[in-house]
Structures are given as structure tokens and as C-alpha cells.
Design a protein around this ligand. Structure first.
Ligand code: PLP
Length: 361
């Protein structure tokens, strides 16, 4: 089976993990610090705080920024549910906005009409490793005095105008889940240039403990273990090469699929560097995507849908009374989107084979 994704963990990481287990210092040791420093340098940001997952990162940011019951937060309708779930968890309301087909991210022209007196923040998602159109979103945030929490879960290494996605807003959140650019199994990261927010996030990830060993907040335990950090750190040396490799593979798919009029390949947009965390295609509406997933699996190719249309999920539909037609682009991206295998585990022949199977539909 050609797998959708397969993390490649360097041998040095496995050796370091062995050393950590022998030492007995399993939690928040030197590797967490070193991994934080390496990420801070890579992203060119002032503060980086590693946590136990991308979801934990988003949750801590909402807490640190004081988002609470009665507040509204604008999110794209097409994303992984964690983006909106954390808003629900702090008691605020996720306000959905449709996306654009050209980047699968927030449609900037739809944001302003959703802003009310209660709106406190926007969470732009850099979906599938493509950057959202972040500069105009920042302009809206400045004009309406809103905070920006970038969901860069899929976008470590993504760029907009030469600047790393996740470093534009008040805070940026990343995930180290196995399908991401770097993986620690489970894991996440928060970056911010705001020292006060950084200190608050650091305390909140560790039960609310202050530097003086007092408990100044009601915090959580969202720490990462040292052996996870060692696995992540070992992948940092190769991150740019791995991304360039993904970009090259994505362009091979683009070329091989260019004459398929029933498939839309990802748009290549000026000033944005897509790291292709997912190579996501959009199928013509006449194609039954779910049948195709089964058909490809029977031919030895693992594929999957890309992301969810939140308004079609039971929780959000029942709570807010959404109808399928409310966010048509998100609905179509969910229903007709397909993620193809991508990563170091693929050879050129695999990509040709996958495209051959796709062309047989
Ligand atoms: C856009 C987005 N946000 C948040 C998350 C949550 O990250 P994690 O699985 O590390 O909790 C994901 C996970 O895939 C995601 O795709």
C-alpha cells in the first residue's frame, strides 16, 4: 500500500530517546529547551513554547488572550474541528466564514460582514500548508481592533511575502502530529513576539506556576516530554530539504495532472510558499469521492478527504442550526476534496502510478 504519509524519524533521534530513558529525566528537560530554541531561530520569532499538541496550543492561546464566554471568534468553515472546538471549550462562539478555492483558506472578502461588537479575534487557518491571505487579514484586525491567532498546525515552513506563516498575528500555533512537516507523535508549538503573553502561556501549560513557584493562574498540564522533543529536534536539521522535496513532488503531481479537466490541482499563488503538508485536489462534482477512495485503496493507494466542513458536523449543525448550503465552497471542498500521498516515502514511480490510477476513473 502506498501510504498517504509516513514520518521519517532519523536514527539519531532514536539514539537520543534511548539516552533519555536511561537518564530518567523524561519531562521538560534539555531537549524541550533545545527544540524550542531551534524552532525560534527557524521561525525568526522572540518566544517559542512547546506544548503537548496543536489543540493544546490553540486552547492555551485563547486562555492567554482572555477569550471567554460571550465573545465571538471568526474561523474558516473548512478546517480540522480543533480550530473551532477550542473556542467552544472556552465558552466563546465560533463564527464561521466560507473559504476560497484558490487557497482553501478564509475568503477575506467575507470577513468584515461577520464582525460584531462581540468579535474579539480571528483564527486564520493556513490550510494544507498554504498560507492564508494573511496581510489583508492583519489589516482588518488592526482596523477593527481584533486579535489574530494563526492556526499554522499544517504550516511549519510556509511563507507569505518571505515571512513565516504563524508569525504575523498576536500568536501562532503549530502541530507536530505525524502528518505534519516535523513530528513528535503528538505535540504543538506556540510562537509570539509578546513577552507578557509568552510568560502567561508558559505558566498556563504548567498548572499556572510562576517563576517564584507560586500558582498565579488556574493552568493545565500541556507539557511535552523530553523524549518527544528529542525526536522533533533531530528533524530540524533536515526540515528545509524535506520541504523542498515535498514541493518538488507536488509539482510532479501538478504536471502529470495538468490535462485532467475533472481535477483541480492546488493553485500556485505569488508571494506564498506552500509547503504542501497535504497535496489536496478538488474533483469534479460528478465524481463520487468516497467511492474513489475505496477504489484507490483496492489498487494499493491510500488517500483521504482533506478537511471538514464544520457547518455539516452534527455538533455545530445542531447547536447553531446551520444548513449545508450556508458555506457552499467549504461544503464542496469537503465533499469533493482528496488528499493524495506525499512525503519522503514516495518515489517518482509511485507518483506516476497514483496518477495513472486517478486517470482511470
Ligand atoms: C488546521 C488544524 N488545526 C489544529 C489541529 C490540531 O492539532 P493536533 O492534532 O496536534 O492537536 C490540526 C490537526 O491536524 C489541524 O489540521
Amino acid at each position: 500500500m502506498i501510504r498517504l504519509a509516513k514520518p521519517s524519524i532519523p536514527e539519531v533521534a532514536i539514539n537520543n530517546v534511548r539516552e533519555i530513558f536511561k537518564s530518567g529525566d523524561l519531562v521538560q528537560g534539555k531537549y524541550v529547551k533545545e527544540f524550542e530554541t531551534a524552532l525560534q531561530k527557524y521561525l525568526n520569532t522572540s518566544n517559542s513554547i512547546i506544548v503537548s499538541s496543536g489543540t493544546a496550543a490553540l486552547h492555551l492561546c485563547l486562555m492567554a488572550l482572555g477569550i471567554k464566554e460571550g465573545d465571538e471568534v471568526i474561523v474558516p468553515a473548512f478546517t480540522f474541528p480543533a480550530t473551532a472546538n477550542v473556542i467552544e471549550i472556552v465558552g466563546a462562539v465560533p463564527v464561521l466564514v466560507d473559504i476560497s478555492f484558490n487557497d482553501y483558506c478564509l475568503n477575506v472578502s467575507r470577513i468584515i460582514s461577520k464582525i460584531t461588537d462581540k468579535t474579539k479575534a480571528i483564527i486564520p487557518v493556513h490550510e494544507f500548508g498554504q498560507s492564508a491571505d494573511i496581510e489583508p487579514i492583519m489589516q482588518i484586525a488592526r482596523k477593527y481592533n481584533l486579535m489574530i491567532i494563526e492556526d499554522a498546525a499544517c504550516a511549519l515552513g510556509t511563507e507569505y511575502n518571505g515571512k513565516k506563516a504563524g508569525t504575523f498575528g498576536n500568536v501562532g500555533c503549530y502541530s507536530f502530529h505525524p502528518r505534519k512537516a516535523i513530528t513528535t507523535g503528538e505535540g504543538g508549538l506556540i510562537v509570539t513576539d509578546d513577552r507578557i503573553i509568552a510568560d502567561k502561556v508558559r505558566a498556563l501549560r504548567n498548572h499556572g506556576i510562576s517563576d517564584t513557584n507560586d500558582f498565579t493562574y488556574a493552568g493545565l498540564n500541556y507539557r511535552m516530554t523530553d523524549f518527544q522533543a528529542a525526536i522533533g529536534l533531530a528533524q530540524m536539521d533536515n526540515i528545509e530539504k524535506a520541504i523542498e522535496n515535498r514541493i518538488e513532488m507536488a509539482h510532479s503531481y501538478d504536471k502529470l495532472l495538468e490535462n485532467c479537466d475533472y481535477i483541480r490541482t492546488p493553485d500556485i499563488l505569488p508571494i506564498r510558499r506552500n509547503i504542501y503538508q497535504t497535496y489536496h485536489i478538488l474533483l469534479d462534482e460528478i465524481i463520487d469521492r468516497d467511492k474513489l477512495i475505496v477504489n484507490l485503496r483496492d489498487n494499493g493507494v491510500q488517500t483521504n478527504f482533506g478537511a471538514h466542513a464544520l457547518h455539516c458536523l452534527t455538533y455545530f449543525r445542531e447547536k447553531y442550526g446551520y444548513e449545508d448550503i450556508d458555506f457552499p465552497i467549504s461544503k464542496q471542498a469537503y465533499k469533493n476534496g482528496l488528499a493524495l500521498p506525499l512525503g519522503d516515502h514516495l518515489k517518482n514511480e509511485d507518483i506516476k502510478f497514483i496518477v495513472e490510477k486517478l486517470k482511470m476513473i
